[in-house]
Design a protein around this ligand. Structure first.
Ligand SMILES: CC1=C(/C=C/C(C)=C/C=C/C(C)=C/C=O)C(C)(C)CCC1
Ligand SMILES: [Fe+2]
Length: 342
């Protein structure tokens, strides 16, 4: 097993191109949301729409390459068949659940994203930010809970109407009316409970991190990010917030990680020469991104109810993402094991 440790310089460049743009994007969106107040819904959808070709969908479109590269092997028919098999088995199974039990499929989507977006934070925190105290399993679990919970739990507390609207638009593609089963979740009681538990988890995670951290600097970044994420999802309407976060936070962090598995890209990163790195990633991600968009067309033809307007089309896209994310979680968890993240 090879465990590549990025050089200090590569790490600094990785931070400049993947961590800092995320901070900037979230702060900018939060400032705009607070200053402008009501943002037209079509504008709020824009980052999610863009994510279909830029950063978002492409971040998972290199899944067929990452394990092979981590093992120091090129793409072989064997690797391609294995990853295709994982996508086929998990994707088809979960796809069928959407058609048969759309409410359960939606709830699972939220919980899976909670885990996956939390999980995606561990590698950059350990390897780019240098938060070594995250080696403790309990600190890792809290980090996954808090960081994945920011996009999935905080909007339920702060924007229940938009949350319910998106739930209804996804579930409604399969069974109009079925989303009513979730209505109790959007009442003040459950929302208060989620808010109290989440807020407590943030405070506990930050304080335990403080106690466990050897160096102050990585802890400051970690704690600052947790505060930023919580505030961002408290003040930015979630359709906009999730789109911005997906592209500029989760995907960018994952992309830089996959880029560092490619020798020539890592060498270019060392020189802070980002153009060839971006070109290589675009080449690597283009075929499967295009493939995923073909599946989006297929899904359009298959869903019982035609997605009429923009919210319906984005709902369809989110169902596609849901189905692709389950096998993506398998691959990312595998990569985590290979790189001794957990
Ligand atoms: C858009 C949106 C929501 C859900 C988005 C989800 C669940 C996105 C998942 C994306 C994934 C898994 C990307 C892959 O890494 C919420 C929370 C219902 C709130 C309202 C807006
Ligand atoms: Fe991901």
């Amino acid at each position: 097993m090879t465990t590549r440790v990025p050089s200090v310089r590569a790490r600094r460049v990785a931070a400049a191109y993947s961590i800092r743009p995320g901070w900037l994007a979230l702060v900018a969106a939060a400032v705009v949301a607070v200053a402008v107040g009501e943002i037209p819904l079509s504008y709020q959808y824009a980052p999610l729409v863009v994510s279909a070709v830029l950063l978002g969908l492409p971040h998972g479109a290199v899944d067929h390459l990452v394990i092979a590269r981590q093992r120091g092997e090129g793409l072989t028919v064997r690797w391609l068949a294995l990853v295709a098999g994982i996508y086929a088995v998990f994707g088809v199974a979960y796809g069928l659940v959407w058609f048969r039990w759309p409410v359960a499929a939606f709830v699972f989507f939220i919980l899976m994203t909670w885990f996956h977006w939390g999980q995606g934070e561990l590698y950059p925190l350990l390897n780019i930010v240098g938060a070594t105290y995250l080696r403790a399993p309990s600190q890792q679990a809290l980090t996954v809970l808090v960081r994945g919970g920011a996009p999935m739990a905080v909007p339920l507390v702060a924007f229940p109407d938009q949350y319910e609207f998106v739930a209804t638009s996804l579930i409604g593609l399969f069974d109009p009316g079925a989303a009513a089963a979730l209505a109790p979740l959007f009442e003040p009681g459950p929302r208060t409970a989620v808010g109290v538990v989440y807020g407590t988890a943030v405070v506990v995670t930050i304080l335990l991190g403080y106690v466990r951290a050897g160096q102050r600097q990585p802890w400051l970044v970690d704690a600052g990010e947790m505060v930023l994420l919580s505030v961002f999802f408290l003040v930015v309407p979630p359709i906009l917030a999730v789109g911005v976060y997906f592209c500029f936070w989760h995907s960018l962090r994952h992309i830089i990680r996959t880029v560092m598995l490619h020798d020539r890209s890592t060498t270019a990163l060392d020189r802070a020469d980002i153009a060839p790195v971006a070109r290589q990633f675009a080449r690597d991600a283009a075929p499967m991104t295009a493939g995923a968009l073909v599946f989006l067309g297929l899904l359009y033809l298959l869903v019982p109810r035609e997605p009429g307007d923009l919210s319906g089309l984005v709902a369809l896209y989110l169902v596609l993402i849901a189905v692709l994310t389950l096998p993506h979680v398998v691959i990312v968890s595998w990569l985590d094991r290979e790189q001794s993240v957990f």
